[in-house]
Write a protein that binds this ligand. Structure first.
Ligand code: GLY
Ligand code: MN
Ligand code: MN
Length: 528
């Protein structure tokens, strides 16, 4: 057993050297000063013996059937080049406590992975030798996943490393397990530097994800006589852009996962509405409702896809009210923007606006219906071949018309809608549609011409989310409008036959919302 530990320790040292932690080492050593862990050889030997083998169960991920096509498309865009896609490192919260790790979305997309196992891992697309039979058969790259081996009971890391040691964090996947889960070739992360440096081919890296890996790539570029930093940044940005744009059209697996996220989000809203009647008037009752949603996100999925917005009364016009410190008052409008991220790390993005006591007043109905009509106009503009800009303009026209009808718009509708006008945007200053997927604002690194200006295609999943935001301090509107915010946000799949509301199961028509609230309030009363 002692021999095995020595070998593993050598690997560990090599890995440490490959990752070059440098300046962080002093800080890590100081954090270790609070440890009274025994150092004796007999302790180390005792800790390394007498454990039952704990082989974790390995299941092939469903996504493994989809990643080969994604990788092939990426490879075809960059033939002959080495592509480096890091998972990223955990972010330190303080000292030796990290935030929960979530890999970078490009890494998730191309590997199908998405657990704490993968912190520090790197996907490399290694270019196929152009003269090889594989290249002649059309293969451009081999996908290689560089990962840390398991820190199980054959290693001292088992009990010494609070980040990877299985004594600390439970069973993790290593090379064998990750190969089985993903179908990808796996290698020890200790060999990454050599693998990147081996032949001096042109490299691109997703540079923002892991500065250590970007550093290694730049080092290799220097040593292979390729020092033009500006050119490299351009190369790297192209890879980032491509990896973002490739995610625009979802495959069948992705659509299925987003549907699951939407279904889980419905359960989260149900739980909020069960809690709502008993929360009204209580201190920090926005937080009570946040807790009700977030509990479901952990039960049903990985967590929330973004910080939950619970905005009652005058908080509702604050676009990203995430403090949620307010009191939910009676007879107010309550805006809730929330989404569950499922275990595959796809998220929903849903907003509903509720009358806190369960019934809309006539005035609230008038405002709410304007937003609903605006959203429907956006949906009708969403066609294969149309653009996000078409959705935007359709939503905005309804908003401008209603504001004019109500005597709020200071100019006529056409003047407001003209590029020189835009006065209506005072009450809807944000965008009304965005891609949705692994990131709530998916594909965000795409170029303008691939996003706003690009034709909508089957397979795209996006939100439509107009609103009206009447701030409490807005002196340009009658007093009764002040302190009201309404947003209605749904998730849409574009199909060959037109758009589909994939969140149609979450009520939004006025009578449906009231019935839903009554049903959930009754359920909540029964459970109390
Ligand atoms: N929840 C963020 C957004 O709606 O875009
Ligand atoms: Mn959204
Ligand atoms: Mn939202």
């Amino acid at each position: 057993m002692a021999d095995v530990i020595t070998e593993q320790d050598k690997e560990y040292e090599a890995r440490e050297a490959a990752m070059a932690p440098g300046d962080d080492q002093d800080m890590a050593d100081r954090v270790n000063n609070r440890s009274l862990r025994p150092q004796s050889q007999s302790f180390v030997e005792f800790m390394s013996t007498g454990w039952d083998d704990n082989e974790p169960e390995i299941e092939r991920y469903e996504s493994a059937a989809y990643t080969p096509a994604r990788l092939a498309a990426l490879g075809a865009a960059f033939p002959g080049e080495r592509l480096v896609i890091p998972a990223g490192q955990p972010k330190v919260r303080n000292n030796d406590c990290d935030y929960k790790f979530r890999p970078d979305s490009a890494f998730i997309y191309y590997t199908g992975l998405g657990e704490d196992y993968e912190a520090g891992s790197v996907l490399v697309l290694d270019p196929t030798d152009l003269d090889s039979p594989e290249a002649k058969a059309g293969q451009t790259h081999t996908a290689q996943l560089f990962v840390a081996p398991r820190a199980n009971h054959y290693t001292t890391d088992f009990f010494e490393d609070p980040h990877y040691g299985e004594y600390w964090v439970g069973p993790r996947a290593g090379l064998k397990e990750m190969a089985a889960m993903t179908g990808l070739e796996t290698h020890d992360i200790a060999r990454l530097s050599d693998a990147l440096a081996k032949d001096g081919v042109r490299m691109r890296v997703i540079a923002k994800t892991d500065p250590q890996i970007t550093g290694i790539v730049n080092e290799v570029r220097l040593t292979t006589g390729d020092p033009d930093r500006v050119e490299h940044e351009g190369d790297d940005n192209k890879l980032l852009e491509f990896a973002s744009e490739q995610r625009k059209c979802k495959d069948a697996y992705e659509v299925g996962e987003i549907r699951k996220a939407v279904a889980a989000t419905k359960l989260g809203f149900d739980n909020i509405l069960r809690k709502l009647p008993s929360a009204i008037g209580k201190p920090r009752s926005e937080r009570m409702l946040e807790g009700a949603f977030n509990a479901i996100s952990r039960e049903e999925g990985n967590e929330v896809g973004y910080d939950t917005i619970i905005a009652s009364g005058a908080h509702a016009p604050i676009l990203h009210w995430e403090r949620n410190t307010g009191v939910v008052g009676d007879n107010e409008l309550l805006l809730i923007d929330a989404g569950v991220e499922v275990d595959s790390l796809y998220t929903a993005d849903i907003t509903r606006t509720f009358p806190t006591n369960g019934k809309f007043t006539d005035f609230q109905k008038r405002l709410y219906q304007a937003v609903l009509d605006s959203q429907q106009a956006g949906f009708e503009a969403a066609k294969v071949g149309a653009t996000y800009s078409d959705i935007h303009h359709a939503c905005m026209r309804v908003i401008a018309e209603r504001l004019h009808e109500w005597g709020i718009l200071p100019v006529d509708v056409e003047e407001s809608l003209s590029p020189e006008g835009q006065q209506h945007r005072r009450w809807l200053a944000c965008g009304v549609a965005h891609h949705l997927g692994l990131d709530v604002h998916d594909c965000a690194q795409a170029r303008y011409e691939s996003y706003q200006g690009a034709p909508i295609e089957p397979g795209m999943v996006f939100t439509i989310e107009p609103g009206l935001y009447f701030r409490e301090d807005d002196l340009m509107i009658p007093e009764e409008y002040r302190g009201i915010g309404i947003r209605i946000e749904d998730d849409v799949l574009m199909t060959e036959n037109g758009p589909e509301w994939i969140s149609a199961g979450i009520p939004k028509q006025i009578d449906e919302v009231e019935a839903w609230m009554a049903q959930m309030a009754a359920e909540g009363a029964q459970n109390r």
